[in-house]
Design a protein around this ligand. Structure first.
Ligand code: SAM
Length: 247
């Protein structure tokens, strides 16, 4: 079971995502526990002030350190397998490999920034800084939800079909093959014959080939990061020949 503790100034933003679909079922099955904490509850002044002007001047406001650091100390269990993550565009880019590591932890504490970000001293209390991409969100809540959803679906038992996370794009560093469902023919577009053949060996080979083809076309950088089997290499050379018979 993974326990998530989310520290935010906007706890209501989590209500709907936590109460739908996979995240809802994962909590009901007891595979994850998700607690959303209002950072203002950790502030000691009576107005529950969360932000203040930046020292040195400049635009915007900065989140005060006390309430975040008190929040971290209050919710973090003194056990092994607990990590404190700050959502920030300045962090390491979030990816499948990191999500997989998180899925084996027992507690994940996530800090959602707002305004111009958090007081720099908060960083001393954080294990990892994570960005979901090279763009700026108004707050860390949506980024935290991306992390929460991605990690939860990797926790054993969360998805109905135990095979599905392994097949998905990035799990084996390849993009997923094309998927089809009924009807067999739609507006003149047909499902590839091999998928209807019932020949599991052929289907597996076709899917691997399509995965390699998609990855080669859309994300060739991924192919450089993996050890391809001899069969993969021969499928790739078949593909290259098909697209350029002179090779
Ligand atoms: N001034 C900050 C900077 O340049 O780094 C950006 C502040 S942003 C408006 C407010 C908060 O949104 C951040 O503290 C962070 O928690 C969150 N945030 C924004 N973009 C993000 C991203 N790409 N990944 C993760 N969190 C992000």
């Amino acid at each position: 079971m993974v326990r998530f503790d989310i520290l935010t100034l906007f706890p209501n933003m989590f209500s709907s995502p936590l109460n739908e679909s996979i995240l809802k079922r994962a909590q009901q099955k007891g595979l994850v526990e998700i607690k959303v904490h209002d950072l203002r509850d950790f502030s000691s002044d009576k107005h529950h002030t969360a932000d203040d002007y930046p020292y040195g001047g400049g635009r915007g406001m900065v989140m005060k350190p006390e309430l975040i650091i008190k929040g971290i100390e209050k919710v973090t269990s003194p056990i092994e397998g607990s990590r404190v993550i700050l959502m920030t565009p300045q962090g390491k880019r979030f990816d499948h490999a990191y999500a997989l590591k998180l899925s084996w932890l027992s507690q994940i504490v996530i800090i959602c920034g707002r305004y111009e970000g958090v007081d720099e001293r908060v960083r001393k209390y954080v294990d990892d800084e994570i960005s979901i991409g090279d763009y700026i969100l108004s707050g860390g809540e949506l980024a935290a939800m991306v992390l929460l959803d991605t990690v939860t679906r990797l926790i054993p038992g969360v998805l109905g079909n135990p095979g599905s996370p392994e097949d998905e794009s990035f799990s084996n560093r390849l993009l997923e093959y094309p998927q089809y469902t009924r009807p067999r023919k739609y507006r003149g577009l047909e499902v590839p014959e091999v998928l209807l053949s019932g020949n599991h060996g052929e289907i597996k080979r076709w899917r691997r080939m399509q995965s390699l083809k998609r990855t080669l076309e859309r994300r060739p950088d991924l192919l450089e990061q993996i050890d391809l089997s001899d069969e993969d290499l021969s499928l790739l050379s078949e593909m290259r020949k098909e697209s350029d018979p002179s090779k």
